[in-house]
Structure formats: structure tokens, C-alpha cells
Design a protein around this ligand. Structure first.
Ligand SMILES: Cc1cc2nc3c(=O)[nH]c(=O)nc-3n(C[C@H](O)[C@H](O)[C@H](O)COP(=O)(O)OP(=O)(O)OC[C@H]3O[C@@H](n4cnc5c(N)ncnc54)[C@H](O)[C@@H]3O)c2cc1C
Length: 309
């Protein structure tokens, strides 16, 4: 339902009108539409002991011109981050760089970002999108690895049946994995359909990563999984700086703070940009209670607007 809604033009127009005002409902999950707002959010997180990764939102571009424009934006983002002095860590989606147009264009664009990123010692994470892109994303990642880019990592989704093998594939390379449950609705032919199965797979893959991976990122807001990870790492005598936890901007801020207080590395993924609508809809879809939160915020804003008139 949410993927259909996220393509709704009317809803998108409504959302863009109300969502990003200074107190807009989307602000809880998205740092802002400009890089300056994202940097301000990153500084506030840093002041609370949190690590950050910036994500300039955008996905599924349809032409090579759009992909080139997104590539230029990312290159500009690198310069702005360097000038700002915040942590040099970004995340991106391959369909934003033209994977849906053609693979060679996407690889060329990615290299245009990785060159300055490498020069300025950035870490660049490749997000994982829906299953038609899984294999090609892993393959593009491997191509770049063969080209000796080492400042890169990939996200893998425990909901997919294939992921255990992908985790082993990345562990063999020595590449950094961010493990997530998966944000896309996928068919039974490729993905577990029950939450228990996704969670059980997550735990198996978390152990594989802690045992054999390189600086894995355990990216979840699931308290049980976080507790299991902490217990497993302690049992194995793994120091806190050998892996990290990651969460999304605006979600479980209490848990983020608790992990910092307990001396764990805790990174917040900070999304920003004008193309925030599909990301925002995925966050709503994950948790129906968020819809109530949005409606309350919307009604509140409209009430304020009415009183202004
Ligand atoms: C740093 C990071 C990067 C990510 N990158 C990707 C990626 O590249 N590809 C991809 O497919 N997915 C990505 N995701 C999203 C991920 O796949 C899940 O959809 C998302 O994290 C929710 O799952 P969960 O692990 O928190 O577990 P869940 O079982 O869904 O949630 C556990 C608890 O977390 C809280 N929670 C979870 N989601 C929300 C929400 N939207 N609003 C409020 N509370 C919530 C609730 O308290 C819930 O009970 C990323 C997630 C993180 C944290």
C-alpha cells in the first residue's frame, strides 16, 4: 500500500507543502532539504557523542542527465562536508547514479564520486535497494573493489533469502557490511515473509559478521537484536571499536543515547534533500503508529495556519 501511496502525485504535493516547514511532520525523519540543514543536524548529533553518515536523498532517476546531475550534487556535497569539518561519511543509492539507465553510466558516476571521496578520506556506503537491484549492486561493488577502492562499504538485507551467502561473499573480500532488515516489500520467491524469520536471519548474519567481517555495522532499532549483539560481542571478547551500531535520524533517539552512554559506537544516518518523499513513505510504512504522528502534526499545523489568517 505504501509503495502505491508513495507514487501518489496528490499526496506528494500535500506532503511537500506541509512536510518540510520549520515544524513540518517530515522533519522528525529528514534533516532538511539543504546540505546546510543536514550539516547543522550532524553537528547537533556530534555534540551528543553520535557518529553520522549523510545521505543526499534521491533514487530511480530515469535519464543519464539526471544521474549526472545527482553525481555533481554528491561531488559538491563532498566539498561542503570537507569545508564544514563534520565527519566524512556518506551513503548513496546506485539508482540515483543511473543504475536503472545503464550499468556503465552508474559505475562511471560512482567513480566520479569515489575519486574525491578517496582523496579526502571519506567513507562511502552503498545502500541496498529493492531485489531487482540486489545482484547488480553487489557486482558493481565488487567491480569497484577490484579497482582498489577501499573506502567503500555495502548494505545487505537480512529479509532476502540470498543474504547469508552475500555476507560470506563480502567477508571473504574483507569489505564492510551494514546489516539491515530490509525496507522493501519483496515476494516470497526472494524474501522471508514472516518477521520472526527475518529476525532469526539477522541474528545469524550478525554473528557471521562479528566473527569474520571487517568493522560491521549493526543497523537496527530492534532492542532484542541490539542486546543479542552486545552479548555476542562480549562473549567473543570483541572490543567496542571493532563494530558499530547504526540507526536512522529521528528514530529511537532514547536507544541511540543509551548506546553512546554505554560507550558503543553509534552512527546516525542523516537523510536530507528535496527528494525526501519515498524515504519518508518507507518510514511510515514500517510503523503504522507514525501515521497518527503525521496526522496530528498536520492537523496541528493547519490549526496554526488557520489562526494566523
Ligand atoms: C542506518 C540504517 C541504514 C539503512 N539502510 C537501508 C538500506 O540500505 N536498504 C534497506 O532496504 N533498508 C535500510 N534501512 C532500513 C531497514 O531495512 C529497516 O527498514 C528499518 O531499520 C526498520 O527495521 P528495524 O531493524 O529497526 O526493525 P523493526 O523490527 O522494523 O523495528 C524495531 C523497532 O524499531 C522502532 N522502529 C523501526 N522503524 C521505525 C519507524 N519507521 N518509526 C519509528 N520507530 C521505528 C520501533 O520501536 C520498532 O518496534 C536502514 C536502516 C538503518 C538503521
Amino acid at each position: 500500500m505504501f509503495s502505491t501511496l508513495s507514487r501518489s502525485v496528490v499526496l506528494k504535493r500535500l506532503a511537500s507543502h506541509y512536510g518540510m516547514t520549520p515544524k513540518g511532520f517530515a522533519r522528525r525523519f529528514i534533516a532538511g532539504e539543504t546540505v546546510e540543514e543536514a550539516i547543522e543536524a550532524a553537528r547537533a548529533l556530534d555534540a551528543r557523542g553520535l557518529l553520522v553518515a549523510l545521505d543526499y536523498l534521491g533514487e530511480r532517476v530515469n535519464t543519464s542527465d539526471e544521474a549526472a546531475a545527482a553525481t555533481r550534487e554528491y561531488a559538491r556535497l563532498i566539498d561542503v562536508i570537507v569545508a564544514s569539518g563534520i565527519e566524512r561519511n556518506v551513503s548513496l543509492k546506485l539508482t540515483q547514479l543511473g543504475l536503472g539507465v545503464d550499468r556503465a553510466t552508474c559505475v562511471d558516476n560512482l567513480r566520479r564520486i569515489l575519486e574525491p571521496a578517496q582523496r579526502h578520506e571519506f567513507f562511502v556506503r552503498i545502500d541496498m535497494e529493492n531485489s531487482p537491484y540486489t545482484e547488480v549492486t553487489v557486482e558493481v561493488f565488487e567491480t569497484l573493489w577490484r579497482l582498489e577502492y577501499r573506502n567503500i562499504g555495502i548494505a545487505l538485507q537480512s529479509s532476502l533469502l540470498r543474504t547469508e551467502q552475500d555476507v560470506r561473499r563480502m567477508n571473504e573480500l574483507g569489505a564492510r557490511v551494514r546489516l539491515v532488515k530490509g525496507a522493501y516489500k519483496e515476494p516470497a520467491s526472494v524474501a522471508f515473509q514472516q518477521k520472526e524469520d527475518v529476525d532469526a536471519a539477522y541474528l545469524r548474519q550478525m554473528r557471521l559478521l562479528l566473527d569474520h567481517g571487517v568493522h560491521p555495522a549493526i543497523a537496527t532499532h530492534d532492542e532484542t537484536i541490539i542486546a543479542e549483539t552486545r552479548a555476542y560481542a562480549a562473549e567473543r571478547g570483541l572490543a567496542n571499536d571493532r563494530y558499530e551500531f547504526q540507526m536512522l535520524y529521528g528514530i529511537r533517539r532514547d536507544l541511540q543515547a543509551a548506546l553512546v552512554a554505554a560507550a558503543y559506537r553509534m552512527r546516525v544516518y542523516v537523510p536530507f534533500g528535496r527528494e525526501w518523499f519515498p524515504y519518508f513513505m518507507r518510514r511510515l510504512g514500517e510503523r503504522p503508529a507514525n501515521i497518527g504522528f503525521v496526522l496530528r502534526a498536520l492537523l496541528g499545523e493547519q490549526a496554526t495556519e488557520n489562526t494566523k489568517r
